[in-house]
Design a protein. Structure first.
Length: 252
């Protein structure tokens, strides 16, 4: 284990004991396994637009040059390098387990703040009606036998995507978090959303001041790996949830 005043480096995710000794109202969590310089741009946008007491937790996975991420480390920006690598679902669960905040935002490194999305999201959480709030999502397409998600705009939804996915940590852990079998991000957010819905949690889609740069996690991942891992996760979704229409919100 290497522990410097800039970041923490461990061999395995199981060696981690905490993310921060401080607490914050909200933490933005990013999982980075490639293109760290682009992730650094996302972090810089958070620092520019989010309230100054917003923390940032970065999990860097595997053989990735963390120098550009380490340059962003400060009292509210924590970098954890898992040198042996870690699957996406397990990394997301680690952010929840060791969250220094009651609200964790799991977000893609391609997501860029163009304004402050944190303040309006926290205001909605203060209503105590929502478990998960995000930027993009939608309704499970029942006519398509649960094989797709339809974006119907802001409002209550079945699914929030992990481009920007804010959640009450207590509710997320109560829904057993993300599936550790999800090695790859794609569809893991759908699976998690439906776990929350099955536990009677509510999800809200909002218009937020965000944009997406090049989504390396999709476009620059080996297509065979991407498609195989995406299918594994969606097959689990269909096996567990398809036909359980009672857990879905009203169609609109």
């Amino acid at each position: 284990m290497t522990n410097t005043n800039r970041y923490l480096s461990v061999e395995r995710i199981g060696d981690l004991r905490r993310i921060s000794k401080f607490t914050f109202p909200v933490t933005c969590g990013l999982i980075v396994d490639s293109f760290p310089e682009d992730a650094a741009l996302s972090i810089q946008s958070i620092k520019k637009f989010a309230p100054s007491d917003t923390a940032i937790a970065i999990i860097a996975s595997g053989d990735v040059d963390v120098s550009s991420l380490a340059a962003e480390a400060d009292d509210r920006t924590m970098l954890i390098h898992i040198k042996g690598g870690v699957g996406w679902g397990e990394a997301a669960n680690t952010l929840l387990k060791f969250s220094p905040s009651p609200i964790m935002v799991v977000m893609d490194p391609s997501t860029i703040f163009t304004g402050d999305p944190i303040t309006p999201v926290l205001a909605k959480f203060a209503e105590d009606s929502w478990s998960v709030i995000g930027w993009h999502g939608g309704l499970i397409n029942i006519e398509d036998e649960w094989r797709s998600v339809t974006d119907v705009g802001p409002g209550e939804v079945d699914v929030i995507f992990s481009y920007f996915m804010a959640m009450k940590v207590e509710d997320a852990l109560g829904a057993t978090g993300f599936n550790v079998r999800a090695a790859y991000y794609r569809n893991a957010d759908i699976e998690f959303s439906l776990r929350v819905r099955q536990g009677y949690g509510r999800l809200l889609q909002m218009d937020l001041p965000l944009e997406q740069a090049r989504h390396h996690g999709y476009y620059d991942t080996d297509p065979e790996y991407r498609d195989a891992q995406s299918k594994k996760t969606y097959d689990r979704i269909l096996d567990r949830f398809r036909g359980k229409n009672e857990i879905l919100v009203a169609r609109r």
